[in-house]
Design a protein around this ligand. Structure first.
Ligand code: ADP
Length: 196
């Protein structure tokens, strides 16, 4: 079964973890723009050099860079039957770009999963993650900046996807397995009833 999905939600909502679970459940690749940037930064590539100053501060990497990267990634063979996009789109221009990329492949999104969690829970999880993972952008300033950008630019995108009948909202509070089950049940239902 093909499945072309976006997973959205604020920093700390568990997107990456759940995207990986879902990728296994649906047998499609999880594509995280943040992971691609981090791999390039680590590898010292030109893309990594370009992205580093933005990611470290918690600012969005410019759309011109991010959009090209996603276009290239979605053109790879393993994404032909589906994908779970984690961390993209994050603003209205990226929504339009994703629509254009998919139209070029004569395909469309099947669903957009929004993981929700309240700010107190997010901050607690991010504090823990900072201790465990030691990510360069898990400083207090960068976390605050990323949450602000999420509220201002990314959260409003869910309304547009809801209008298209694509939005599946899932409570992100609970054990990882519990949340994974919630997503699987809701998505299996959404995918079974999608327009063909
Ligand atoms: P988080 O969700 O915790 O911010 P990510 O791994 O998704 O972490 O992203 C890390 C950083 O990578 C972001 O702060 C941003 O600088 C950059 N990035 C990731 N996705 C995008 C995107 N779609 N557009 C612009 N920048 C992005």
């Amino acid at each position: 079964m093909t499945a072309r999905l976006v997973i959205m939600g604020p920093q700390g909502a568990g997107k990456g973890t759940q995207a990986a679970r879902l990728a296994e459940h649906l047998a499609v690749p999880a594509i995280s723009t943040g992971d691609i940037f981090r791999a390039n930064i680590k590898g010292g590539t030109p893309l990594g050099e370009l992205a580093q100053s933005y990611t470290a501060r918690g600012e969005l990497v410019p759309d011109s860079v991010t959009n090209d990267m996603v276009r290239d990634r979605l053109a790879q063979a393993d994404a032909a039957e589906g994908f779970i996009l984690d961390g993209y789109p994050r603003n209205a221009a990226q929504v339009a770009e994703l629509d254009a990329i998919l139209a070029g492949h004569e395909v469309a999104l099947d669903a957009v999963v929004e993981l929700t969690a309240d700010r107190a829970e997010l901050l607690e999880r991010l504090r823990l993650r900072a201790q465990v993972e030691g990510r360069e952008d898990d400083t207090e300033e960068s976390i605050a900046r990323r949450l602000d950008i999420y509220d201002e630019q990314t959260a409003p995108l869910t309304a547009a996807y809801a209008e298209r009948g694509l939005l599946v909202r899932i409570d992100g509070i609970g054990e990882i397995d519990e949340v994974a089950d919630r997503i699987a049940v809701a998505l299996d239902d959404a995918l079974a009833h999608r327009a063909v």
